[in-house]
Design a protein around this ligand. Structure first.
Ligand SMILES: Cc1cc2nc3c(=O)[nH]c(=O)nc-3n(C[C@H](O)[C@H](O)[C@H](O)COP(=O)(O)O)c2cc1C
Length: 233
């Protein structure tokens, strides 16, 4: 065995075309799901596979700051739904008046319809309050937990499980309902369940709330604001 192999390095073979296609398909066909949940709860094995995918996300300093609270209890979910109702009413007031009717028509959660909710948290002091990669950018632990959410979302998609992220919730409400200590940050509240149908493109696009921005407008070369085609005659 070579020295490199002893250090854990191994060949990194490429993916077949079918494997590449499958990964991109999962990425493009992942949707935020609000209303298409079926009532059957995904099996424990399926949930564990999805959570293990989340647990294999990158994290700053390999901190793995996440926890996953599986919320099945309908009474607790009803409390979260009530908290959502309060928060969405408050948010509606902050929306420009001309968009308020459209906002109010949008479906923005599936807390009770989904058979399972998952709260993803971030233990900001899991391996000490500072650490590798966090001395200059302390919020990297939160971004790591967001990476876990994305892994979860994609793995769920390939399992036929839809996920909907609900952020219209006051943190204090979630903390109280789920008994989350003050030193633990709340990263995501997710509605999770099998789906048989999904929107082809973002529901917010289908319902004319927003559209996907052209990628070309978002890519700069070397410095902020510089586009590839600028400066060419
Ligand atoms: C951080 C975050 C918070 C979100 N919060 C909500 C939410 O409160 N309610 C909701 O319906 N969708 C929420 N979404 C879903 C977005 O609306 C959705 O990702 C976006 O419209 C694009 O659609 P797609 O995920 O189907 O591609 C959230 C997504 C993210 C990443």
């Amino acid at each position: 065995m070579s020295e490199e192999e002893q250090e854990g390095l191994a060949p990194a073979p490429g993916f077949s075309q079918a494997e590449r296609d499958a990964v991109y398909r999962a990425i493009y066909e992942r949707r935020d799901v609000r209303d298409e949940f079926l009532s059957e709860e995904p099996s424990r094995e399926t949930i564990l596979r999805i959570l293990d995918a989340a647990h294999h996300a990158p994290s700053v300093g390999f901190m793995q700051p996440w926890n996953f609270i599986l919320v099945r209890d309908p009474a607790l979910r009803a409390q979260v739904r009530e908290a959502f109702a309060r928060a969405v009413e408050a948010e509606a007031q902050a929306i420009e008046p001309e968009r308020r009717t459209l906002y109010s028509s949008l479906k923005l959660e599936g807390i009770l319809k989904a058979p399972l909710n998952i709260c993803v948290t971030c233990d900001r002091a899991r391996h000490g309050t500072t650490g590798l990669g966090r001395s200059q950018q302390p919020h990297m632990d939160l971004l790591s937990a967001a990476c876990a959410v994305q892994n979860l979302w994609l793995a769920a998609r390939v399992e036929g499980v839809g996920v909907g992220w609900v952020s219209i919730l006051r943190e204090a409400d979630l903390r109280a309902i789920l008994g989350i200590p003050e030193n633990i940050a709340i990263v995501a509240y997710l509605c999770v369940g099998y789906i048989a149908q999904a929107y082809r493109r973002p529901e917010l696009e289908a319902k004319r709330w927003a559209r996907r921005l052209p990628l070309g407008e978002l890519v700069f070369e070397n410095r902020w604001g510089k586009r590839e085609d600028e400066g060419r005659s």
